[in-house]
Write a protein that binds this ligand. Structure first.
Ligand SMILES: [Zn+2]
Length: 220
């Protein structure tokens, strides 16, 4: 049985996830820990639960999702997996961070590329990679069909969808991803988003099946 632990890190209130199961193997998804105490909080949870981190996975590489990626890579000796479409997004973080008033970002480089159809195995668990571009060009989500859960990054939120006004965003791609990749899942899939509380596919499915909630919030 896979467990989901979430943390809320940085001024962007970004959700960092640790997924693990009864074997104690784990993956870290989107480590947004920026300050030292946030990094220690993440490391303490991993140590207290005797977890063995196998992979560092990124839904996408916006700055708030990679603040702690260099730390996780170094601390656990793991590789960082991204979709290659987000290489320019990752490369831009070093210059964009100061524009957002962020100090202390440690640059990081991806090690491996993942794409739709790939499967991430750890312990007795698996995550299917789906490609959901729009909010970012190389945005992926991680789906566990056995337990009906999805780590969605910044594509779909509780009551809203991801921003599409940042550089390299594409509204049509975003809507296509939501309609063809997420809303095609069953209503009882639990969605663990990049910001705010979890939700379900059923809860976010628009009543008229045509237009999802379009409220757009900051810092996504
Ligand atoms: Zn984002």
């Amino acid at each position: 049985m896979m467990q989901v632990k979430s943390f809320v890190f940085s001024p962007f209130a970004e959700n960092t996830y640790v997924l693990y199961d009864e074997t104690n193997e784990a993956v870290v998804i989107d480590p947004g820990c920026l300050q030292q105490d946030e990094k220690e909080k993440l490391a303490k949870f991993i140590a207290d639960n005797r977890l063995v981190v196998k992979y560092l996975l990124q839904t996408h590489c916006h700055l708030d999702h990679v603040f702690g990626s260099a730390f996780v890579k170094r601390k656990y000796g793991v590789k960082m997996y991204i979709h290659k479409g987000d290489l320019p997004v990752l490369a831009a973080v070093e210059t964009r961070a100061p524009m957002w008033g962020i100090q202390g970002y440690e640059p990081v480089e991806a090690d491996e590329f993942i794409e739709e159809g790939d499967v991430i195995y750890f312990g007795n668990s698996q995550l299917d990679v789906i490609y959901v571009p729009g909010h970012a060009p190389g945005h992926v989500a991680f789906v566990n069909h056995a337990q009906k859960l999805i780590v969605s990054g910044d594509v779909l939120f509780k009551g809203s969808i991801g921003r599409y006004d940042f550089p390299l965003c594409n509204y049509d791609d975003l809507m296509n991803s939501i309609y063809t990749k997420l809303l095609t899942l069953d209503d009882d899939y639990v969605v663990y988003p990049g910001h705010n509380d979890p939700t379900t596919i059923g809860q976010e499915r628009p009543d008229d099946l045509r237009q999802p909630a379009l409220r757009v919030c900051g810092y996504r």
